[in-house]
Structure formats: structure tokens, C-alpha cells
Design a protein around this ligand. Structure first.
Ligand code: ZN
Length: 267
């Protein structure tokens, strides 16, 4: 069964939570997330942590549910999301941050180049938001939006990225902090999705999100805020025994996003 919500609906959903206009061609938001934000007593958030781990499939949550406690503790709103074809990172994050299909944003295969398509980053800049992007060098996030007027922190690997993200959250000088981690994707391609090292990588992503979201809870305590866990696509085991994705199959297309909202502490 494929998830109901499409990856094309994510950008407008996040824009809606921030109370800004969505990217120009973005598909309408899936209403659940905004409705649950308002149910938490938040009309719009002033701060957002958007944590993007690569290749974390929906089925990993089904098989390792209890491992996700640090994610659920900070972001209990679960939104199953159906990603794009081919289900590879530049295609999928391209869609997640523009709200349009690969045909429209222009990356229809594993090809990383700057996207001309209007994006969430552009929508945030137009709305006067201060945006920080913290990503691994040569990743899709490094390249697809590299010409945007945002603060970019491009670093060697996940540990450096997460250390910089901690600094940025504590400094509280950005309205939106986007963080990209890739260890699980790297290791599951080199081994397989449930190898010891791949599962350790999954745990690293979960731990990193829990720490960053926990830091946001204190550093951003006086702001209405959101934290989100936003993978790009899933994964399956290929005939050669390695982790692979890109195909028209549920384990590649179904991923799971988590959102958490909290109102500002009123002194
Ligand atoms: Zn991959």
C-alpha cells in the first residue's frame, strides 16, 4: 500500500506552519500537520528545525519501532509520505523543498545541479526569515540550492554537521535550521539495510535528532516552534545483497515524517 500524502505536499505544509506563502508552484499542504499544530495551541511557529536523514524507509520504523523513542518524544505527529520516482536523493529532496514533481523541478534522475524552481528556501527568504542549511559536502543539499541567499554550512560529514547545528540552535540567530545527515544511506549501500553498521547509522540519526530537538526545546523555549524528521525516500535489498533504492516499489517509495510542535514558554 502506498502512503496517501505525497512528497509534493511537504513544502507547502512546512510553509503553512511558519505562516508564510508556499513556494510558487507547490502542491497544497496535506492538512493533518497544520491541524495538529493548532491543536497544540500554536497558530504559526517562529522557529523550525528540519532534520533530513537520507533513505530512512517507513519499514524501518515498523521493524525498529521502539528505537524511535527519541524521535517520538520530540516529534509525535507521524505523517506517512509517498516519495517521487525515481526514488533517489536529488529527485526526492528536490521535490520535498519545491513542492513540485521531478518533471517540473528538472531533476528526473540521479543528477545533482542547481534547481531554478522556486523552493521553500526562496519562500522563506521572501518572508524575511533567516535560514541556515547545514549539510555534508557534495550532497544534494550542498548543490541543489547552493545559489540561494541563505547561510550555508557545508561540512565533511554528519558529526561536523550536527556539531554546527547544535551551535546554530543555541545561538538562536536563525528562524529555520535545515540539517542533512547521510550515514545510513552510505552504509546500507556498502552493506545492506539491516547490517550491524547500517542499523548503528540509523541509531546515530535518531540520537542526533533527539539531541538537536532537545536543544531546540531549551534554546528556543521562548518561541512557538516545530521540529521535524524528514527522510527523502526508502530502501530495499537489491539482487546483489546491497541496499538500493530508486524503484517503483513500496519499500523505496514509502517513508515516514515526524513533526513536533510546542508553544513558547510565557514568562
Ligand atoms: Zn542512496
Amino acid at each position: 500500500m502506498l502512503n496517501d500524502c505525497s512528497m509534493t505536499q511537504v513544502a507547502a505544509g512546512i510553509a503553512g506552519c511558519l505562516g508564510i506563502e508556499p513556494p510558487v508552484d507547490a502542491e497544497r499542504a496535506y492538512p493533518l500537520v497544520g491541524d495538529l499544530m493548532r491543536a497544540r495551541g500554536v497558530e504559526r511557529v517562529e522557529r523550525a528545525l528540519l532534520f533530513c536523514p537520507d533513505a530512512v524507509a517507513l519499514w524501518l520504523y515498523q521493524r525498529y519501532t521502539s528505537w524511535y523513542a527519541p524521535v517520538l518524544a520530540e516529534a509525535p505527529v507521524a505523517l506517512p509520505v509517498r516519495t517521487m520516482l525515481p526514488s533517489v536523493t536529488p529527485v526526492c529532496f528536490g521535490t520535498m523543498f519545491t513542492g513540485v514533481t521531478p518533471y517540473v523541478h528538472g531533476i528526473e534522475c540521479y543528477d545533482k545541479h542547481i534547481l531554478a524552481q522556486d523552493s521553500l528556501f526562496d519562500a522563506l527568504v521572501r518572508a524575511g526569515k533567516r535560514v541556515a542549511l547545514v549539510a555534508v559536502a557534495d550532497s544534494s543539499f550542498d548543490i541543489l540550492f547552493s545559489d540561494r541567499a541563505i547561510d550555508r554550512f557545508i561540512l565533511p560529514y554528519d558529526g561536523d554537521v550536527n556539531a554546527k547545528a547544535r551551535e546554530l540552535i543555541e545561538a538562536d540567530e536563525h528562524d529555520v535550521v535545515v540539517v542533512y545527515n547521510q550515514e545510513f544511506d552510505d552504509v546500507m549501500h556498502a552493506t545492506y539495510p539491516e547490517s550491524k553498521r547500517a542499523l548503528e547509522a540509523l541509531e546515530h540519526h535518531i540520537t542526533a535528532f533527539g539531541e538537536l530537538a532537545g536543544l531546540a526545546r531549551t534554546a528556543w523555549a521562548h518561541h512557538d516552534r516545530m521540529v521535524a524528521w524528514l527522510p527523502d525516500h526508502g530502501v530495499h535489498i537489491a539482487d546483489n545483497g546491497h541496499g538500493q533504492h530508486g524503484s517503483d516499489r513500496e519499500d523505496d517509495l514509502n517513508t515516514l515524517h515526524f513533526y513536533g510542535f510546542a508553544p513558547a514558554a510565557r514568562a
